[in-house]
Design a protein around this ligand. Sequence first.
Ligand SMILES: Cc1cc2nc3c(=O)[nH]c(=O)nc-3n(C[C@H](O)[C@H](O)[C@H](O)COP(=O)(O)OP(=O)(O)OC[C@H]3O[C@@H](n4cnc5c(N)ncnc54)[C@H](O)[C@@H]3O)c2cc1C
Length: 338
Amino acid sequence: MNNVPDAEGVLVFAEQNNGLVHPVSFELLGKGRDLADRLGVKLSAALLGHGVHKEALELVYYGADVVYVFDSPFLSMFDPVQYAKNLVRLVTETRPAIFLLGATRLGRSLAPRVAAALRTGLTADCVDLDLDENGNLVQVRPAFSGNIMAQIKTKTRPQMATVRYKVMKANARDPRRKGKVIVKEPEVLSDTGIQILEKTAVGGVNLAEAEVVVSGGRGLKSPGDIALLKELAKELGGVVGSSRPLVDAGWISRDHQVGFSGHTVKPRVYVACGISGSPQHLFGMRDSDVIIAINKDASAPIFNVADYCVVGDIYEIVPLLVQELRKLKAVKNLDERK
Ligand SMILES: Cc1cc2nc3c(=O)[nH]c(=O)nc-3n(C[C@H](O)[C@H](O)[C@H](O)COP(=O)(O)OP(=O)(O)OC[C@H]3O[C@@H](n4cnc5c(N)ncnc54)[C@H](O)[C@@H]3O)c2cc1C
């Protein structure tokens, strides 16, 4: 579908997991709605899975005009070949000008296969999307280690982009919205070369969903000191994050890394302990609601984005915070027992 002049409309891939739509899809619909309205075109969503009809309406409530549902037991688990085959067919049939997917693990595996089959360009890991004066999609993504924001346009159609989770805003759910749900007959390949034996949960931390993140950086002196952060995270009901050097040193696993080459987080509270605030780190956390930074260097760049700046040693401040939080909890427990 290279250079198709009559391509029109915005299509969003609605990722689902165990039959529930992933929130990144609602965020894409929020941005997709804005783009579609400005272009005066329809916003569609493609939902693939098994027993997912109920979720199709959710996509309408979050902004879709049309939802294409592909429902089959063969689509219940993510097989990139089956999924790509059906999406390529849908895109060829409906000719959207813009096609958006989440930059999740699943989206990152699926999007390049679809783009290659459609012989179109793909901009990965976008953090913003806009339109130029001619209605072409302007895809914004960090480049040169996150030091600049590149604006990329695709000459071919559809203009495909994957978008990072937690960087776009979903519209408010509106159950009065009306849309069309179109059930498509899935094309199922008998042998994709992939046999899915079982699905096992990957342990580790879910940074993207956390309400509180307590992150540590090179201000820590040894891997054992991560226990300090764990204690504070526990008291605040949060999880532990980190800057990249701790991951590179093997002190903590990569799923804890916040930043350009790690996760984007938007918690209610982000506590940065001994982190300088490099552009690559700020990229992943600067949209947090409240940022508390603890650093012994008053000129550390992290203080430029922090709401609360604590100039001090993490080895003094963090234990004090833990102690105070425990005291507060003890008082609260006493009050509740009265
Ligand atoms: C392509 C690329 C991708 C990258 N991606 C990422 C990414 O995703 N995430 C990321 O974090 N980085 C990333 N980086 C690395 C980034 O450039 C920085 O090197 C890194 O963020 C610095 O980590 P830091 O703040 O922990 O360490 P430093 O910059 O060394 O800062 C340590 C801070 O701790 C303070 N400190 C020291 N001791 C104490 C103490 N006892 N108490 C209080 N404060 C103390 C110091 O004053 C200093 O400000 C990337 C780099 C590149 C090139």
